[in-house]
Design a protein. Structure first.
Length: 512
């Protein structure tokens, strides 16, 4: 039994390359049977696999004197095994209120935050936690009940980069809410900037095997009575739902674990497709915003459309907490069929906005500038004729050149909305780009010289209200509009048989 368990844990460590010889591993130890079994096994394997151990214990501040006794118990046993240990106490109920989290989730976040800080302090490559096969069963079932997608139905993975947990990396414990007892042993190492990985060496070991191991080696763990409290969702699932499901299928635990393994393998295939799709559709990505190519996104299969939207949220927030099927489907509906300016609200303060040819996912307070030529704070910009004019706030450039008339009629038809061929005499010698003003009017091409209010034209063309003040207007030296750039020239600037000089204009992005 003991030899078999040691071999299985060693095989898991080596198969998943959880850490390398010579590296340090932080082991999270609560004092319960699972973590005590893990620590004992790793202690026996450490000389064989040549790694160092540093123990971390967190008192969550939930169980009062029992939590304090747990800390003393862990410290005593770890010191008797001559291992270094760091202990911290955190007021998790206060953190749960502050971050508006359930107590279970706040405890998890606080625990991983502590272990992550400790791993960096002692220059550890990995953080080992004692999740086992029965935990995996409960996790898969819990995710299914909550309507998780494939990512959640994989259950827990043997190895997960800690950087994937945004709250873990960024959650600083408020001053006065963390304390370290006198019996903490210093590591003697400086902080390390690399992010450790979270590893689960016991993921194929069952709870009954762990209990048998503890009994065989005379390990006398602490019993956390809160694990019996069925007001917690996971405990109710463990003590009530799973035993009930076993009346339908006695092997339900193994079935759920096998299902998770199958889904995990299929998920890897889908991830490779997602990586390829992501490279094809991302135009721009920063810490604050992600811009996707709208046409390319709309060509994706439905499954990849969903996955790319979820990935955008995850990359901006490093978590998919609170994003569910309803959020994704609403974002899909807007992105698939919404007109320019349409919006969908996403969790964690994010907003999806449909632009002319892009999808923008950004914080709701993020300033939304159109992904087209635009003017920001500039009142007006002189246009160089011939030459190049830079639009400072958006990275677009206006190229102009004069052509002697007459020209081929085909050349008078622009190839894109960002090109125009105009009568140079109407445009004049000193054209400018400016933003709209109250009272602006022009004679849209095709309306036989009929004057129209610019604001009315923009509404009829369904130009988003947020864009209207920033769209460049090409005006002549008499301040007459010659071109509502990207939409319509003025009838008076049209090239005719009487035109003597032609002005060609084209906008392009300086990165293109």
């Amino acid at each position: 039994m003991t030899t078999d368990l040691l071999r299985r844990v060693r095989d898991a460590i080596e198969h998943h390359k959880m850490w390398q010889p010579g590296q340090t591993v932080v082991v999270g130890v609560s004092g319960g049977p699972d973590s005590l079994c893990l620590l004992h096994i790793l202690l026996r394997l450490s000389p064989v696999l040549s790694f160092k151990i540093h123990v971390g214990h967190l008192d969550h501040g939930i169980r009062g004197w029992e939590g304090e006794e747990d800390a003393k118990f862990v410290a005593h046993i770890v010191q008797s095994w001559r291992l270094p240990i760091s202990i911290e106490r955190v007021d998790v109920p206060a953190l749960a209120r502050r971050h508006k989290l359930a107590l279970e989730e706040a405890a998890r976040c606080a625990r991983y935050a502590f272990l992550g800080r400790l791993a960096r302090q002692v220059n550890a490559a990995a953080i080992a936690v004692a999740h086992h096969a029965d935990d995996q069963t409960e996790t898969v079932l819990m995710h299914w009940l909550r309507g998780s997608g494939l990512a959640g139905l994989r259950g827990m993975l043997p190895l997960t980069p800690l950087a994937e947990y945004r709250l873990v990396e960024d959650w600083e414990v408020p001053s006065g809410q963390a304390s370290a007892p006198d019996h903490v042993l210093p590591s003697g190492s400086s902080a390390n900037a690399t992010s450790p990985v979270l590893v689960r060496p016991l993921l194929t070991v069952t709870r009954s095997e762990i209990e048998a191991y503890c009994q065989q080696h005379n390990l006398q763990p602490r019993i956390d009575r809160s694990n019996l409290d069925t007001t917690y969702f996971r405990n109710r699932l463990r003590h009530e739902l799973l035993p009930y499901l076993e009346t339908y299928n006695p092997n339900i635990r193994e079935v759920l674990r096998r299902t998770a393994e199958v889904i995990a393998a299929d998920y890897e295939v889908l991830q490779s497709c997602l990586e390829e799709a992501w490279r094809a559709i991302v135009r721009e990505e920063t810490d604050q915003a992600i811009v996707l190519d709208l046409a390319a996104w709309r060509r994706l299969p439905l499954g990849l459309q969903r996955s790319t939207l979820r990935r955008a949220v995850h990359r901006l927030r490093r978590a998919l907490r609170n994003i569910n099927f309803v959020h994704v489907e609403e974002a899909l509906r807007v992105a698939q069929g919404g007109e320019t300016g349409a919006k969908a609200t996403l969790p964690q303060g994010l907003l999806l906005t449909v632009s002319y040819d892009t999808l923008l996912i950004a914080p709701s307070e993020h300033p939304i500038r159109p992904d087209i030529p635009c003017l920001c704070d500039e009142e007006s910009i002189p246009v160089h004729v011939p030459g190049i004019t830079l639009l400072p706030c958006c990275g677009w450039v206006l190229h102009t050149e004069e052509i002697s008339a007459p020209i081929d009629e085909a050349l008078t038809r622009p190839r894109s909305r960002w090109e125009a061929v105009l009568d140079a005499e109407f445009v004049g010698k000193s054209p400018r780009l400016r933003r709209r003003r109250i009272g602006d009017r022009f004679c849209p091409l095709g309306m036989k010289g009929q004057s129209k209010r610019l604001n009315e034209f923009m509404i009829n063309e369904k130009i988003p209200a947020a864009w209207r003040d920033s769209i460049p207007l090409l005006v002549n030296d008499r301040d007459q509009i010659a071109w509502v750039c990207g939409w319509r020239p003025d009838e008076r600037a049209r090239v005719t048989a009487r035109t003597r000089r032609v002005l060609y204009l084209r906008f392009f992005h300086r990165d293109s």
